[in-house]
Design a protein around this ligand. Structure first.
Ligand SMILES: O=P(O)(O)OC[C@H]1O[C@H](OP(=O)(O)OP(=O)(O)O)[C@H](O)[C@@H]1O
Ligand code: HPA
Ligand SMILES: [Mg+2]
Length: 175
């Protein structure tokens, strides 16, 4: 097994854990859609994989959109941010819908953190509307619509990355 870099990961530097349940996530996605419904109409939803797939499905359902495409990117290896790689862009058909610049397209991701991913999707589709469920201050200026802001030193734990586990009682030293 490769040795882990001794430098603290983004998650280790982020002091505050912010666990999000499926229920909460669904509610936050619906709240996001209420806002987006005032901004649209949109012709298609573009999910930024992989984290954007879940909110994109919920938002598309609520907005009645059936054309859904993906921009597939990889940056964090679990919690260490590496170089951003675009593994797949949108299809020619979706690009045509957005007139080449993304006009009328809705890009959805779960969150913006440093803004690195957001900056890239903005370069790819400058006229698209970019929505995320959560936003940290560094990335927030890149997003058009979001629901909840958390501090930069917060690490958001999404329901698809977590599982229920026993917690010792607070009296016995639980955090
Ligand atoms: O604002 P940034 O600092 O760029 O971070 C935000 C991005 O990081 C996470 O994705 P990640 O690359 O970890 O991939 P995943 O969606 O497949 O988990 C998250 O889903 C965002 O897309
Ligand atoms: O706070 C976060 N949580 C989960 N994935 C992430 N990718 C960047 N920041 C985060
Ligand atoms: Mg992602």
């Amino acid at each position: 097994m490769a040795e882990r870099n001794s430098e603290p990961s983004v998650q280790e530097r982020a002091g505050r854990p912010f666990p999000v349940s499926w229920d909460q996530f669904h509610r936050d996605c619906r709240a996001l859609t209420w806002r987006l419904n005032e901004v649209g109409p949109f012709q298609a939803v573009i999910a930024i994989t992989r984290g954007g797939l879940v909110p994109a499905a919920i938002v598309a359902r609520e907005l009645g959109l059936r054309v859904i495409d993906t921009v597939c990117v990889a940056s964090y290896d679990h919690d260490k941010q590496g170089d951003l790689k675009v593994l797949k862009g949108i299809s020619e058909q979706t690009a045509k819908l957005g007139g080449g610049t993304g006009k009328g397209l809705l890009i959805v991701d779960d969150l913006v953190d440093t803004g690195k991913t957001g900056r890239l999707v903005r370069q790819l589709l400058p006229d698209a509307h970019f929505a995320t469920v959560y936003a940290k201050p560094k990335g927030r200026p890149l997003v058009d619509t979001y629901i909840t802001e958390v501090s930069q030193d917060t690490w958001i734990y999404f329901p698809w990355d977590t599982a229920l586990s026993f917690q010792p009682p607070i009296r016995d030293g639980a955090a």
